[in-house]
Ligand binder design. Sequence first.
Ligand code: NCD
Length: 320
Amino acid sequence: MKHVIDSTDLTVEEIDGILKLAQDIIDDKEAYSEACKGKKLATLFFEPSTRTRLSFESAMMELGGNVLGFSSADSSSATKGESVGDTTRVVSCYADIIAMRHPKEGAPMRASMVSGVPIINAGDGGHNHPTQTLTDLLTILREKGRLDNFTIGLCGDLKFGRTVHSLIKALSRYENIKFILIAPKELRVPEYIISEVLEAKNIPYEEVESMEEVMSELDVLYMTRVQKERFFNEADYVRLKDTYILDGKKLKNAKSDLAILHPLPRVNEISVEIDDDPRACYFRQVMNGKFVRMALMLTLLKANGAKLNLSADKLAKIPE
Ligand code: NCD
């Protein structure tokens, strides 16, 4: 049984295949519109979400399948004390594939150990968010035309931001990427990412506190919100929440083809005046998220032996 729990559970070749498939879906949506006829996706969301849950659901609907699930722990048997393992075992009797979000790191991994159907981690605590990473990779590929040879600045809450951890791990496998980590001291990237990923692979990186100082070097700027719900005390959150606010003035020295990404939700960290700048990619990124989840679900369903309702040439486009 194949699951996707961590952004490196897929090989670079599998990721490239999924991104290619997503682009084929974008170009030829109609051909995929019945691919998952009779299939069901369950979304088990123990933590709030707008984009991730709705994009999964919309992705399955666009493949002709159905969706069921819950959008908060309060409306599930978790409130009665049921374990993640038991909930998963039960739901895997009802659905062909499961997307799970959970505030506890490792919960989707636990679910994958007992599930009869593929589990996709839709975000676990401050740990990992592999489908956001696929979204980010597809966005960089479509905006820049490549996934190698660039400098990326990651800015904001690099400590608690799971999208950042996943993206660094995934990008560390492509050629000639330089990371500039822009964060206040309190919100720097966790030590294990530095030592086990960046230093272990000899990848160039810099840690800085000022965004302006590095702006002119960046090809991609990945903004993130300060993760209020993962702070231990309100005073620290209030002190740090507005450390970075990207506005027109800060972009003065930026490259003309900079790609500005944000996993969203945005709080204050990007001024709305930037939204109409052609370099602002975050709403296009949202759209990419739906297509890449369609591609991922097709790939996992096929890998686990499900019969898909697709023509032979489209079936052949799904990575093995
Ligand atoms: C992110 C998440 O949930 O980690 N949102 C998302 O899935 N697009 C980012 C965030 O919440 O800040």
